[in-house]
Write a new protein. Structure first.
Length: 227
């Protein structure tokens, strides 16, 4: 946190030196402001599936994958579900994937999420359809609770967890699918989608628009570019 603070102060100082009018840093306080902790270079270590944090102590952790490379920092973050996660910043020499000398064109759709020029079709799992009834049920229960009450908070947390599971399912699908194309092709060609126009042209078609938004095509494309 101190690293971010000093970085912001230096940035403001440079802007001021260059003749720009700048304000002052303000600390925005809230009852939940301790949601992120950051350790840079020191103050932490990992041993036997335990994370040691300076001034906090040892915390049992579950590693989702083996950490590769030299750990340079760790960010501890509390999600809206109440769960805490540790994000490790590592330095690793990138290894290029072996050449495949293959090119593929991809069409993105609603039922077939991807249909490519090699004849492969990956179905759209449409996780939102499987979750919608549960979302509506929890939302209905939430509307009956007194805002600010313990029951309201518990029901709201339940709704957050439903959405969190939905997002995790979508992200898992998108990461695995993008990784498939990255591993198997050197060049990937996609159509230029105008998602906003697609929705505007289908006003009144709630189910179709819901599927368009739920498909997260933009995120899938960004994953292909990122990887």
């Amino acid at each position: 946190m101190n690293n971010k603070l000093w970085s912001n102060l230096k940035a403001l100082g440079k802007l001021k030196q260059n003749g720009h009018k700048v304000g002052k840093l303000r600390f925005k306080s809230s009852k939940n402001h301790y949601k992120t902790l950051e350790y840079n270079q020191s103050g932490f270590k990992i041993k036997d599936n335990k994370l040691y944090l300076s001034k906090i102590g040892e915390i049992p952790i579950k590693l989702h994958r083996k950490i590769k490379g030299e750990i340079k920092g760790v960010i501890i973050k509390k999600e809206s579900t109440g769960k805490w996660f540790a994000f490790f910043q590592v330095e690793e020499e990138p290894k290029p994937l072996p050449k495949t000398n293959k090119v593929v064109g991809i069409d993105l759709g609603i039922d077939g999420y991807t249909i490519d020029s090699d004849g492969n079709k990956f179905e759209n799992p449409k996780f939102i359809d499987k979750t919608l009834d549960k979302i509506k049920k929890v939302q209905k229960n939430l509307s009956k609770k007194i805002k600010g009450s313990n029951n309201y908070k518990k029901t709201k947390l339940k709704l957050i967890k439903v959405y969190d599971k939905l997002n995790n399912q979508k992200n898992d699908f998108l990461h695995k699918l993008s990784r498939y194309y990255i591993n198997n092709y050197d060049k990937i060609v996609l159509e230029d989608l105008k998602i906003k126009s697609m929705i505007e042209n289908r006003k009144g078609q709630k189910t179709l628009n819901r599927h368009i938004l739920d498909s997260s095509w933009k995120k899938f494309i960004n994953l292909l570019l990122y990887i």
